[in-house]
Design a binder for this molecule. Structure first.
Ligand code: SAM
Length: 259
């Protein structure tokens, strides 16, 4: 049975999910997959880590060209191994202006940033790179999480304190800081971008996912994403920073101010 493709569901009931365990990422990957079905697509992934988010999508849509940027040399190596043989390039470095000349092309149809912005030290410069890399009619899909700032785990608490101090001394690798909604919106405008969609994902149903038996996980993901999509679209909840403990991820679709 074929379903009408929308970001809140996978393409067909028989196709495996493009990712699992995180509704913000699944929503974005479904959104991108709907685009990829229509024809060739170029994607730039800022802070790609080991590129695990895009392996399934690249295997399913051979006309998608993917470029990942990642400052960790070890993660770059893992990403290159994972995507070997696929139309993908991994560039090592931070996602600020200087990296642009090392990218295989200057502009992209889709720029993504999944679970990175809360770790970015120079946030305006990062958003300015997104703006610079958006091709005509391009979209940026960006999500970030607040879990690090709610955690009781000592390592996270230490990073919340030490990360910002080290970043001021030139070591960005451990940086993390809560993203305030008003700051984000202000920086988006300053970077020459505008918000076309703002949503929240990853409610405490994320915790329930861990208890779901493997065989039921795909079904659970569909229902979890559908419920959160309904909450975003129809429940009338107005997000502010005080809700960050209930909605662990903010998710935005951005376009260039003139795009
Ligand atoms: C939590 S991981 C997310 C990785 C991947 N996007 C994912 O969803 O699995 C955050 C990543 O952001 C990278 N990162 C941190 N600051 C960055 C920056 N300024 N530019 C690019 N990547 C950055 C880190 O090296 C790390 O790999």
């Amino acid at each position: 049975m074929t379903l009408t493709p929308t970001p809140t569901m996978t393409m067909t009931l028989n196709e495996p999910l493009l990712t699992t365990g995180n509704t913000a990422k699944l929503y974005c990957l479904n959104w991108i997959a709907a685009r990829a079905q229509a024809g060739p697509l170029t994607i730039l992934d800022l802070g790609c880590g080991d590129a695990r988010n895009f392996e399934a999508l690249l295997r399913r849509y051979p006309a998608v060209q993917y470029v990942g940027i990642e400052p960790s040399a070890a993660a770059c190596e893992q990403a290159r191994r994972r995507l070997a043989g696929l139309p993908a390039t991994i560039v090592e470095g931070y996602a600020y202006a200087a990296i642009r000349e090392r990218l295989p092309r200057p502009a992209y149809d889709v720029v993504v940033s999944f679970s990175v912005f809360e770790h970015v030290y120079r946030r305006l410069a990062y958003l300015q790179l997104i703006r610079a890399c958006l091709g005509p009619g391009g979209h940026a899909l960006i999500n970030y999480d607040c879990g690090h700032f709610r955690s009781t785990y000592w390592k996270e608490r230490l990073k919340n304190i030490v990360g910002p101090l080290l970043a001021r001394l030139g070591q960005e690798g451990y940086y993390q800081a809560f993203v305030r909604e008003a700051d984000f919106r202000q920086m988006v405008a300053q970077a020459g971008l505008h918000i076309v969609e703002a949503q929240s994902f990853n409610t405490p149903l994320k915790g329930v996912y861990k208890h779901i038996p493997e065989a039921q996980r795909a079904a659970y993901m569909q229902r979890w994403l559908a419920l959160e999509a309904w909450l975003n679209e129809s429940a009338g909840i107005v997000y502010d920073d005080s809700l960050a403990g209930t909605w662990f991820s903010r998710n935005f679709i951005l376009r260039a101010e003139s795009g």
